[in-house]
Ligand binder design. Structure first.
Ligand code: PGA
Length: 250
């Protein structure tokens, strides 16, 4: 049985002070939800404050990115051991990082290996663009992203990862993919690629989220699909109703 996991990706929203105020407001409600792993991924500068505010809860904290190197001349970046005192999770390869900051499959692969070496749970994002979707390239493109991201991992390492399937055309647009469509890509293409690489038993262990315009009203539909194990949530994670969203993921 895979425990559902709902992660809030705040992106570049909330100051450190606003972040602490907001998590104080939602922490009790979130912490009361049983049987769902809830994770908050605030901007980097808010991570220590959010970690402190959540220290008496079981709510996880995640970073939105990190570098794969241990240290060095990488202006503006954070090394794995800078986030591990606060974070159990790290989002890697989000489509916005790939589109605006030049992240490549190769870099994402290095980051996954570095995260695992530091005991972090990577939340690895994959997903096709509207053009790729309309050209019928979803399966080949997303399957290729999964295979590139997980290249060189052991089955044990792969099983520890979380994957988020986020069709780019559904992110922040209100045009969410149907649960049936998302579930079939997740089952056949994402879990299928993990099965090709590491075997079916490993594929059955990996938790795979859907992401893209998930909210408190549509989460239950996604969760009713047997292959969808949770969600990576952007805009709807910035509101107090994120608590209801997590409650409905059971
Ligand atoms: P959204 O973002 O929920 O605002 O569509 C999801 C994401 O980018 O992770």
């Amino acid at each position: 049985m895979r425990t559902p996991i709902i992660a809030g990706n705040w992106k570049m929203n909330m100051t450190a002070a606003q972040a602490v105020e907001f998590v104080r407001e939602i922490r009790r409600g979130l912490n009361n939800v049983q049987g769902v792993d809830a994770v908050i991924c605030p901007p980097a500068i808010a991570i220590p404050g959010v970690f402190d505010a959540l220290s008496a809860t079981k709510i996880g904290v995640g970073a939105q990115n990190m570098h794969y190197e241990e240290k060095g001349a990488f202006t503006g970046e954070l090394a794995p051991n800078m986030i591990t005192p606060f974070c159990k999770y790290v989002i890697l390869g989000h489509s916005e990082r790939r589109a605006y900051f030049g992240e490549t499959d190769e870099g994402v692969n290095k980051k996954i290996k570095a995260a695992l070496a530091h005991g972090l749970t990577p939340m690895v994002c994959v997903g096709e663009s509207l053009e790729q979707n309309e050209a019928g390239e979803t399966q080949s493109f997303v399957g290729g992203q999964v295979k590139a991201a997980f290249a060189g991992l052991t089955a044990e390492q792969a099983a520890q990862c979380v994957i988020a399937y986020e069709p780019i055309w559904a992110i922040g647009t209100g045009k969410s993919a149907s649960a049936a469509l998302a579930g079939s890509i997740i089952g056949l293409t994402v879990r299928g690629s993990i099965a090709d690489m590491f075997g079916e038993a490993t594929a059955q262990k990996v938790r795979i989220q859907y992401g893209g315009s998930v909210n408190e009203d549509n989460i239950a539909e996604y969760m009713s699909h047997p292959d969808i194990d949770g969600a990576l949530v952007g805009g709807a994670a910035l509101k107090p109703s994120f608590v209801q969203l997590v409650e409905r993921a059971k």
